[in-house]
Design a protein around this ligand. Structure first.
Ligand code: GDP
Length: 408
């Protein structure tokens, strides 16, 4: 059991939230590239981005259908769950927010908070999804981190905890000072996102120290241990800062802000480090609740508990009918019989796949905390709860289930 729980601690079920055009697709693409999931860099404008695998989606240039892709970073498994950014797909956004444990909210460094970023932020608030912010497009003319941060503070209201100071501006944006560890991260000019660590440049030292002070004060205001250390030593160690930023992210009182230019492949690696450091694992989030015979029941994120999962996406693909599941509790294996609790039908689990951008990996089982796709379910719809036949549970009312989406 200990092994299972250790495994769960390294899982991050992550979504990327943004206003259309802020750069969600590009950030996703660069994450897949940085994590080695893809080796060819897709570009949004030529229709080769790997997450946009639906032709209709490519044609329309918006992300319509949610898909989940697994990738690895620093010993962690990141399951990247696509959240449709288009207002016409509000139900799908809601459903994908349900299955996330944490999210990166992407903002345009010129436009700051835009109407859709605000509405999806509120939805994420309702679902209690912890978030970090990524201010993208810092290379654009007119880009300004401070103005974007001010709009986050004014329109979204959490205390922004800015952990980076940009080095260079607009076209000359070439790195950041990591204010937690007080070091410079500068990107190589090869466009591969390779980061070179360096001392903080002389001309930025005073400004970086001022910014770190502001970060320390903001964190001390929100976190008891940090406040104690701040009062005793009048500074905070990187370790205390990391722990406090993790806790504050979970409580939602503050939001860690990073910056970069996804298009230029600058800032994605530190963003992934922040996802691992600050966003929760399935073990850190409250147990899922559902209805069993009309009564409220809680299921812990424990592989040994009775099986319960939410089908959050169903796609007809050349591989077959893929049912994407967020497993909340228990374990399923190929060949198992599960109950579609709302429809009161049993179904048999065929192959279990971990979906990757380039290929699907077959796995023997899926456990609590996992995001997988299952082949072979005949009738379960998006919104259906699948559970152990002897421990029925309904996570979402049956009326909310949606038709299968056909993917050519
Ligand atoms: P989405 O609608 O949020 O998925 O946004 P996309 O990732 O499709 O990006 C929208 C447009 O902004 C595309 O033309 C991208 O090439 C461009 N873009 C994305 N990231 C950046 C960036 O960091 N800098 C600049 N200058 N353009 C970017």
């Amino acid at each position: 059991m200990r092994t299972h729980l250790n495994t769960l601690a390294v899982v991050r079920n992550l979504g990327i939230l943004a206003h259309v055009d802020a750069g969600k697709t590009t950030v996703t693409e660069r994450i897949l590239y940085a994590t080695g999931t893809t080796h060819k860099r897709g570009e949004v404008h030529d229709g080769t981005t790997v997450t946009d695998f639906d032709p209709q989606e490519r044609d329309r240039g918006i992300t319509i259908f949610a898909a989940a892709v697994s990738c690895a970073w620093d010993g962690h498994r990141i399951n990247l769950i696509d959240t449709p950014g288009h207002v016409d797909f509000a139900d799908e956004v809601e459903r994908s927010l349900r299955v996330l444990d944490g999210a990166v909210a992407v903002f345009d460094a010129v436009a700051g908070v835009e109407p859709q970023s605000e509405s999806v932020w509120r939805q994420a608030d309702r679902h209690g999804v912890p978030r970090i912010a990524f201010v993208n497009k810092l290379d654009r003319a007119g880009a300004d981190l401070d103005t974007a941060v001010a709009s986050i503070r004014e329109r979204l209201h959490p205390a922004p905890l800015v952990v980076q100071l940009p080095i260079g501006a607009e076209d000359g944006f070439r790195g950041v000072v990591d204010l937690v560890r007080m070091r410079a991260l500068v990107w190589d000019d090869d466009g591969d996102g390779t980061v070179v660590e360096a001392p903080v440049p002389e001309e930025l030292r005073a400004q970086a120290q001022r910014r770190r002070r502001l970060l320390e004060e903001a964190v001390a205001e929100l976190h008891a241990d940090a406040l104690e250390e701040f009062c005793e030593r009048s500074t905070l160690s990187p370790e205390t800062l990391v722990t406090a930023l993790h806790d504050v992210t979970r409580s939602g009182d503050g939001v860690v802000v990073l910056c970069g230019s996804a298009y230029r492949n600058r800032g994605v690696e530190p963003l992934l480090d922040a996802v691992v450091a600050y966003l929760p694992s399935p073990l850190d989030v409250p147990a899922v609740r559902g209805l069993r015979d009309g009564a409220d029941e809680e299921r812990p994120a424990d592989p040994a508990a009775p099986f319960a999962a939410l089908a959050f996406k169903v796609s007809a693909t050349p591989t077959g009918r893929l049912t994407y599941l967020r497993v909340y509790s228990g374990t399923i294996e190929k060949g198992d019989t599960v109950l579609d609790a709302g429809a009161r039908r049993t179904e048999r689990i065929g192959r279990i796949l971990r979906v990757r951008a380039d290929r699907h990996a077959h796995v023997d089982r899926a456990v609590a905390g996992d995001i997988v796709a299952v082949v072979g379910l005949k009738s379960a719809r998006a919104g259906a709860t699948l559970c152990a036949p002897d421990a029925p549970l309904v996570l979402e009312p049956p009326g909310a289930a949606e038709p299968v989406v056909s993917v050519a």
